[in-house]
Ligand binder design. Structure first.
Ligand code: ATP
Length: 154
C-alpha cells in the first residue's frame, strides 16, 4: 500500500477491506483479479487474526493473483492522526460547503476534504475507544505549560 509520500504497508495479511466508491470491498487470498476506484474511508487489515485499521483517502486498488496494490493520496494509522487538525479541516470544508458563493468545482473538493476529515476523526476515535481513553479529550489542544514560579527569587 503506497501513498505519494511513503510505502505505508508492505507485508502479508489474511484479509483486506477497503472503501470503494460503491461501498466496502473485502479481499481474501485468491480474490478475482480486479481494479477499483477507492473513496476516502476506512481500510482494515487482518494480520495473524488481529485487525488493524487506517484512514485512507481516494485512490485505487489493483488485485492480482498473489498481491493487492493499494495506491491512495494519503493514509494514516490511528496513532498518527492529529484530531485537532482533522476537526479544523472538517469545519473549513463545512463552511465552504455552506457558502452560496462556493463554485461547483470547489464544492466537490470540499466534499472530499470533509469526508477525509470525517474518516480521520472516526479512525482516531476508534483508537481512543480501544485505549479506553476519551476521544473528546484527545481532540483538544494540550494545555500550555504553566508559567514558571519566580515568587521565591530575590
Ligand atoms: P489539511 O487541510 O489538514 O491539510 P487534508 O485532508 O487536505 O487536510 P491531505 O491532503 O489529505 O490533507 O493530506 C496531506 C498530508 O497530511 C498527508 O501526508 C496526510 O497523511 C497528512 N494529514 C492530513 N490531515 C492529517 C491529520 N489530521 N493528521 C495526521 N496527518 C494528516
Amino acid at each position: 500500500m503506497v501513498t505519494p509520500y511513503l510505502m505505508f504497508f508492505d507485508a502479508p495479511a489474511d484479509m483486506l477491506v477497503v472503501t470503494g466508491t460503491d461501498g466496502e470491498i473485502g479481499i481474501l487470498a485468491g480474490h478475482t483479479p480486479m481494479v477499483a476506484a477507492l473513496a476516502p474511508g476506512e481500510l482494515r487489515l487482518r494480520i495473524d487474526g488481529q485487525w488493524r485499521i487506517a484512514a485512507a483517502s481516494d485512490g485505487y486498488i489493483e488485485v492480482g493473483p498473489s498481491l493487492a496494490v493499494v495506491v491512495v493520496n494519503s493514509a494514516e494509522w490511528p496513532e498518527e492522526i492529529d484530531a485537532v487538525r482533522a476537526r479544523r479541516a472538517l469545519e473549513r470544508a463545512r463552511s465552504r460547503l455552506e457558502d452560496p458563493d462556493t463554485s461547483k468545482q470547489e464544492k466537490e473538493r470540499s466534499r472530499l476534504a470533509f469526508r477525509r476529515a470525517e474518516v480521520r476523526l472516526k479512525v482516531a476515535g476508534k483508537m481512543a475507544d480501544r485505549a479506553k481513553g476519551d476521544f473528546r479529550a484527545a481532540a483538544l489542544p494540550a494545555d500550555p505549560p504553566a508559567p514558571a514560579d519566580h515568587s521565591t527569587e530575590k
